[in-house]
Write a protein that binds this ligand. Structure first.
Ligand code: C5P
Length: 223
C-alpha cells in the first residue's frame, strides 16, 4: 500500500473525482472528511471504491459509547478501510468502537495537529488507545518516533501536518514527508499541498518519489 493518504477536503464531487483520477498512480487511500461527506457521502465512497482505491473515513467520532459503536457499524456497511475516533472520548468509548464485528481499521486521534501539545500527552493517549484495541493513532509527525518506541512497531502511526516546505497556515506541528516516513510513519495524510497545487498530479508525484527514495536510503543505505 502506498504511503500517501490524500485528504479530499473539498466541497465538490466532480472535483474530487478529477483529483482521484489525477493522483491515482501515487495514492491508494483517499481520506473523506466531513466537508465532502456531508455533500456527497455515499457517492464519493462509491467513486473511490469503483476506482479500486480505499476510503479513510475521517469523521473523528466522539460521542457516547453506544452511538460510537453504531456509527462504526454504519461505516463498516459502507465498506470503508479505516476511520477515526477521538482518544479523548475515553476508555469506554474506544472499547465500544473496537468491539464491532468485521469493523474497519480504527485510528484514534491523539491531539489535533493544529493544537500545541506536549509529547507526554500524546503518548499517554496513544497508550490508552492501544490498550483499548485500536489499530493505531493519528499524531503529529513530531511524535511518530516516540509512539513507535512506546507502543511498538506494529501499532500504526498516521500523520497529518505534512508540509513539503515551510508554510504559514493552521498546522502547528509539521514536518516534511521524508522526515515523517524516516521516523516510521505508516501513512502520511496530505491535503492542501496537493489539492491546492497547480498540478495535483505533479505535487503527488514529487512527494511520492521523495518518500520512496528516503525509504530506500533508510533501508539499504544511501544510493
Ligand atoms: O491540508 P492538510 O495537509 O493540512 O490536511 C490535513 C488533513 O488531516 C485535514 O483533512 C485534517 O482534517 C486532518 N487531520 C489533522 N490533524 C489531526 C487529524 C486529522 O490535520 N490530528
Amino acid at each position: 500500500m502506498k504511503k500517501i493518504i490524500l485528504a479530499l477536503d473539498i466541497y465538490d464531487l466532480a472535483k474530487a473525482q478529477k483529483l482521484i483520477d489525477e493522483t491515482a498512480d501515487f495514492v491508494d487511500i483517499y481520506k473523506v472528511g466531513p466537508i465532502l461527506f456531508l455533500q456527497d457521502g455515499k457517492e464519493i465512497i462509491k467513486t473511490i471504491k469503483e476506482r479500486g482505491k480505499e476510503v479513510f473515513l475521517d469523521l473523528k467520532f466522539h460521542d457516547i459509547p453506544a452511538t460510537v459503536s453504531r456509527s462504526v457499524e454504519s461505516a463498516r456497511d459502507l465498506g470503508v478501510y479505516s476511520l477515526t475516533v477521538h482518544s479523548s472520548g475515553g476508555e469506554e468509548m474506544l472499547k465500544a468502537a473496537v468491539s464491532v464485528q468485521n469493523r474497519p481499521k480504527i485510528w484514534a486521534v491523539t491531539v489535533l495537529t493544529s493544537q500545541i501539545a506536549s509529547p507526554n500527552e500524546v503518548i499517554k493517549r496513544a497508550k490508552l488507545s492501544q490498550s483499548c484495541g485500536t489499530d493505531g493513532v493519528i499524531a503529529s509527525p513530531l511524535e511518530i518516533e516516540l509512539i513507535k518506541k512506546g507502543c511498538g512497531k506494529n501499532f500504526e502511526a498516521i500523520t497529518p501536518g505534512i508540509r513539503p516546505a515551510k508554510t504559514d497556515d493552521d498546522q502547528k506541528r509539521t514536518a516534511t514527508p521524508q522526515a515523517a516516513i524516516k521516523d516510521g510513519a505508516d501513512f502520511i495524510v496530505i491535503g492542501r499541498p496537493i489539492i491546492e497545487a497547480e498540478s495535483p498530479r505533479k505535487a503527488a508525484e514529487i512527494i511520492y518519489r521523495d518518500i520512496s527514495l528516503s525509504y530506500i536510503n533508510d533501508k539499504y543505505g544511501h544510493i
